[in-house]
Design a protein around this ligand. Sequence first.
Ligand code: NAD
Ligand code: G3P
Length: 408
Amino acid sequence: MLTLLTRVRIHPRSTFTRQAFRVFSNASPVSPLPFRFTMPTSKPQPESNSKVLILGAGNFGSCLAEHLGDSDHRVFLWSREAKVVEHFNLHHKNTKYLTEHNFSKNITAVGPDLPDGDFINEMDVLLFAIPTQFLRENLTILNRSLHKTNLPLLIFVNKGIEIGTDALTLEIIADTCGAEVAKAATFISGPSFAKEIVRRRPTSVSVASFTEAEANKTSDLFHQPHFRCYTGSDPIGIELSGALKNVYAIAAGMSDGLGYENNTRATVIITRGLAEMTCIGTAYGASPLTFLGLAGVGDLFLTCSSSSSRNYTVGYRLGQGEPLQKIIATLGSVAEGVSTTKGVKRIIDKLGVNAPIAERVYEVLYNDKATLTAVRELMDLPPSRELDLPPTAGGPAKQLMEKLGYPV
Ligand SMILES: NC(=O)c1ccc[n+]([C@@H]2O[C@H](COP(=O)([O-])OP(=O)(O)OC[C@H]3O[C@@H](n4cnc5c(N)ncnc54)[C@H](O)[C@@H]3O)[C@@H](O)[C@H]2O)c1
Ligand SMILES: O=P(O)(O)OC[C@H](O)CO
């Protein structure tokens, strides 16, 4: 380690040195040694009054627009619906999501077309609050407007895996905008219901990026006395945590919908869910420690134990006997766990990870297995060791790192 630091002549107190130590101690096991490379960065951020474009005016996009507008930033909120844009600019209300809330006057709605290159180039920050399944199409269009030498700070808050490709958001960004943009991207994840953030209830999240300076910029932008950010350098683990917890929230909802009680939710679903998440993440190539953070156990606990969670609600209604199609048609908002379960099933099959709860959620959602049968099957499994972390083969993470141009 010291030899390496000496060879690259890095000052012992520099950011790079601190990052190098962090990578060795806490990042994804297949993470690169970043100090050997030029780190892609966004344009310098102003001290205050950043110009922020939020893409996606659903519950979370609107709530984050309010959080930043409330902190004196100049916020633009893109909606793909002309009526939402018009009404928002006249009344500072969103007609579809968080409908009771009076939004900050610092927010201007834009749309329904995606803003053009000149507008994008003016922005200090682009924040994507678009559900995972629609990200690729929007990034493909936006890429034409991105000046790679004058990149805005890029923030992603979606929690899912893309159907068909099993891609994490990092890979979607690399495919559409290139590896350098993906390396500069930052990811926010953690226990954070939109409706509580707009009411300024104390909330904490994880912020991760391969480029530590970018994670710090995102943390600085969001940090408030009622909103704390904790930074890290395992974006793959952070992304997997956010996507996987949605699958286990569906399982917890099913258990409650069937009428099972606290023991079942706490032990069988939440704790075993955390063990499964950690095994899947480790086999994928993420750091097991990441799953013990806000984006992992923090968000798992939140969504598995609250009817405010849409994923929990989907599970609860399934447990009560409602068909999936009816639940999706009437939910009024996205439950990422439903589509993400497909990708998770393919990933655990490919990696050979034992994840019996995720398997049962898949069977209920896509093979008509009764929720009661799924829970009984879980209880009938033979006794096993509590935690058998698989070896860190890290196949998918390695492939992703190679795609980003890091040697692994
Ligand atoms: N709601 C929360 O509390 C919360 C918290 C943390 C993270 N998230 C994550 O944020 C993401 C967005 O969730 P949300 O709660 O805002 O969802 P939502 O259902 O409230 O809103 C979805 C938004 O996506 C837009 N949309 C739909 N199809 C689109 C397309 N083809 N192109 C572009 N936009 C499209 C809709 O117009 C809407 O504005 C999800 O990945 C979710 O997991 C949500
Ligand atoms: O409503 P859910 O289930 O999508 O959960 C929202 C957020 O992920 C909570 O952190």
